[in-house]
Design a protein around this ligand. Structure first.
Ligand SMILES: Nc1ncnc2c1ncn2[C@@H]1O[C@H](COP(=O)(O)OP(=O)(O)OP(=O)(O)O)[C@@H](O)[C@H]1O
Length: 345
């Protein structure tokens, strides 16, 4: 649906003051999927998304949306393209002087639709986002989550094929975030809308994006299926962003005592990750049997990433060579993913 081909974006006129915001971006966004682009502040996310609807132009490379190269479009071509693309924003960007109904109606008025056609379109959209009873309310009378719902209804008014989301949940509390993400997921499934979202929150990507790209200082450093990237992050930036996720974190008191190598009478502290088939099996009880040694459970979590079950457990057991060898054998046989975090006395 969207392809970035060797896209570079520089800001600034002369060579000395130029800043490279995007550097050689290659990325394709699958039709019908929800794709997340994640990165820290200043990484280039907004610039990337603004290239898609032609608010910025690439310095070099191509941005292709539904077969059309955005950089080659005239003003009228850009207007046509923008009708195919809805956008939602962190601060909603609603007009305070217009009611919820009038905000959703705005893109249709601009497109020149008659009043009756506008009414026929806006009513069902307000129902779709669960705000059929708030049509006559002004933005100041709505909560943040409700404002974003109106933003979503407005973005869908021209029946776009693609929805761009620029930090759409960043100003919302976790519960409201969840309800907006549920709504986006439903719209994606029911309307077959392709969604490209940018965020600095891993939780958002984990909850709804089937695919993810991690951007760091203008470059894509990692991309793939969200489940694969989250369960086996390769790049340091991805790992750092993931460390903010609630999960099986090592308690501080134990983390402080960890040594890199086994000492006399020490215990190995190991993170065991369960996913795919291993998530369904009673592996902990088998592990205890196989080791023939006590196993302490230090931390654990069971979660879903992009709809797939995923568990992470931090355990500790005797670090004698025999027990470590038995553990290694068990992990090999079962295909469990493990990481030795260190050793404690
Ligand atoms: N019009 C501009 N002129 C000059 N520099 C710009 C312009 N727009 C963006 N930049 C710079 O490009 C870099 C990337 O900005 P961008 O807004 O794309 O990052 P971001 O990842 O969206 O960050 P944030 O989450 O803070 O918005 C930043 O260093 C920014 O200062």
């Amino acid at each position: 649906m969207v392809a970035f081909e060797a896209v570079t974006k520089r800001f600034g006129r002369d060579d000395e003051n130029q800043f490279t915001a995007l550097d050689g971006i290659d990325l394709s966004v699958a039709r019908g999927a929800i794709t997340g682009i994640i990165g820290r502040s200043g990484a280039g996310k907004s610039t990337l998304i603004r290239l898609v609807n032609g608010l910025e132009r690439a310095t070099s490379g191509r941005v292709v949306v539904d077969g059309v190269e955005v950089g080659g479009l005239s003003e009228s071509g850009l207007r046509d393209l923008r009708r195919e693309i809805g956008m939602i924003f962190q601060h909603f960007n609603l007009l305070s002087s217009r009611t919820a109904f009038e905000n959703v109606a705005l893109p249709l008025e601009i497109a020149g639709l008659p009043a009756k056609a506008i009414r026929d379109k806006v009513g069902p959209l307000l129902d779709l986002v669960g705000l059929g009873d708030k049509a006559n309310r002004y933005p100041s009378e709505l909560s943040g989550g409700q404002k974003q719902r109106i933003g979503i209804a407005r973005a869908l008014a021209t029946s776009p094929k693609l929805l761009l989301s620029d930090e759409a949940t960043s100003a919302l509390d976790p519960e409201t975030t969840q309800s907006i993400l549920d709504l986006l997921k439903r719209i994606n499934a029911e309307l077959g809308l392709t969604v490209l979202l940018i965020t600095h929150e891993m939780e958002v990507v984990k909850t709804i994006a089937s695919d993810v790209a991690v951007i760091d200082r203008g470059r894509i450093v990692e991309k793939g299926r969200t489940f694969d990237v989250f369960t086996d992050p390769k790049h340091e930036t991805t790992r750092a962003l993931l460390s903010g996720l609630a999960g099986a974190k090592l308690p501080e008191a134990i983390a402080r005592k960890l040594a890199a190598t086994p000492q006399a009478v020490s215990r190995a502290v190991v993170r065991v990750t369960f996913f795919g088939e291993t998530a369904q099996q009673p592996l902990v009880s088998r592990l205890i049997q196989e080791l023939g040694s006590e196993v302490n459970i230090i931390a654990g979590t069971i979660d879903e990433i992009a709809g797939e079950p995923y568990g992470s457990l931090v355990i500790a057991y005797s670090a004698t060579p025999e027990v470590l060898a038995r553990a290694e054998r068990f992990y090999c046989q079962t295909g469990l993913q493990t990481e030795v975090l260190g050793y404690v006395a």
